[in-house]
Design a protein around this ligand. Structure first.
Ligand code: IMO
Ligand code: MG
Length: 422
């Protein structure tokens, strides 16, 4: 039986998980999304063509990998159908490769309306993507969610009607826009019909693939510090993007997990609200944003930027059992003459390398930096580790020593080709 590889984010998202998956998909038979929904935006550039993937695992871009949307995903059918069309327009045989879990929960318009309503009323804003992610997971745990497989049952219309009416009572009482019952039922029946060929029991399917010795890659969404349990609560998403969520979001068992790749950038970014120890508020932060094109894939929101935080990285490695790091944007950091990475926190005059997501701790922590030499020149053509300039290798080896974890994949540019594998 084969083991699957997992790719997950170590920081606040947007670390390049999609391109790690895209790389591994060359060897993979199956790729899987486990958590989150269309709050994710994974950018992959193939031969100069930019793909912004939100729901379908990036593995589908390999043109040969079965792509599974797992049970842990909350799924907006309109977004998914748009993504299917987009991929088909590029000649990708979606019908041959896409599988959707019958247990994935469906996002309805009332979820998005509730997301907007709750965010507007929150004293401390989270800065959600307003895609209805939180309210859809609330329904899942409240046990009133509607799953993909439920859309094909005889009572679907009645169940949906009841849900819309219940949610409309809340929305109307708050003076927020309600959802049209007839229109929504009609639209979702159309979505259901279009998606039916892809819906199946993906749990048994994944285990069948593993027994056939197929190589499975799980593409995490969001990231460790956005995790509902292990992230900077309450400034997090509503799922577990960490390793436990990979299991519950797919039906894979702990013994099925092989390598765990933790994706990071050579600097850091965060979008939305919440503490961020290494955030830069000056022109240097603006320069990182410009050089790294740090604007939301989906919303276009400018991302907050700063140096890499190795204290947080060590925590992410521990929580997830990361055994390989995928370091992206090495080319971007190399455009600075000198740059920094955070090696400890100063908390009220006491230096520590221990990390906790307590809000008071994170807001009082001041980064202690180590400076590195930059000016790497054009490294996009480097095919081997040895071709990288000495100062780039120095940075990489420092991170490895600090974290005790090997950096196996190194992103040296935006295109699929710009990746060094060690
Ligand atoms: P990928 O997979 C970066 C952030 C939002 C917000 C918080 C909660 O591309 O790395 P939500 O809509 O999930 O309720 O928003 O989480 N967030 C992300 N930030 N990358 C993502 O996904 C994100 N998904 C959610 O900005 O702060
Ligand atoms: Mg993103």
């Amino acid at each position: 039986m084969s083991k699957c590889s997992v790719v997950l984010g170590c920081f606040y998202g947007d670390e390049g998980k999609g391109r790690t998956t895209d790389y591994l998909a060359q060897f993979a038979d199956v790729s899987v999304r486990a958590t989150g929904g269309n709050n994710a935006g994974h950018t992959i550039v193939v031969n100069g063509v930019k793909f912004a993937m939100r729901l379908i695992p990036s593995g589908i871009l390999s043109g040969k990998t079965i792509s599974v949307i797992g049970n842990g995903v909350v799924l907006n059918p309109a977004v998914l159908l748009g993504e299917i069309e987009m991929l088909k327009s590029h000649g990708i045989e979606v019908d041959k490769f896409l599988k959707i879990s019958d247990k994935a929960h469906v996002i309805f318009p009332y979820h998005s309306n509730l997301d907007v309503m709750l965010e507007n009323r929150r004293a401390n804003k989270i800065g959600t993507t307003k895609n209805g992610i939180g309210p859809a997971y609330c329904d899942k745990y409240e046990r009133c969610g509607i799953r993909m497989g439920d859309m094909y049952k005889a009572n679907f219309e009645a169940v949906l009607e009841h849900q819309i009416k219940t949610k409309n009572e809340i929305l109307a009482a708050a003076g927020e826009p309600t959802v049209d019952v007839e229109e929504t039922i009609k639209t979702y029946k159309e979505y259901a019909a279009k998606l039916e060929p892809y819906v199946c029991d993906t749990v048994n399917l994944l285990h069948k693939y593993l027994k056939e010795d197929k190589f499975v890659v799980v593409e995490g969404a969001q990231a460790t510090l956005l995790d509902i349990d292990f992230g900077s609560y309450p400034y997090v998403t509503s799922s577990n993007p960490t390793i436990g969520g990979i299991l519950t979001g797919t039906g894979l068992a702990a013994r099925d997990i092989g390598d765990v790749y933790g994706a990071i950038k050579a600097y850091s970014s965060r979008v939305g609200e919440g503490p961020y120890v290494t955030e830069l508020f000056d022109a240097v932060g603006d320069r990182i944003r410009d050089l790294g094109h740090e604007y939301g894939t989906v919303t276009g929101r400018p991302r907050r930027c700063g140096w890499l935080d190795l204290v947080a990285l060590k925590y992410a490695i521990d929580v997830n059992g990361v055994n390989y790091i995928n370091l992206n944007h090495l080319d971007t950091i190399g455009k600075f003459d000198t740059f920094k990475a955070c090696v400890a926190y100063d908390v009220n005059g006491v230096e520590t390398q221990d990390f906790t997501t307590d809000e008071d701790f994170l807001t009082s922590a001041k980064p202690v930096y180590k400076e590195f030499k930059g000016d790497f020149g054009d490294i996009s053509g480097c095919k081997t580790y040895e071709e990288l300039p000495a100062q780039a290798r120095e940075y990489i080896e420092f991170i490895e020593e600090y974290t005790g974890t090997m950096i196996k994949l190194i992103g040296t540019g935006a295109d699929r080709e710009n990746m060094i594998v060690r």
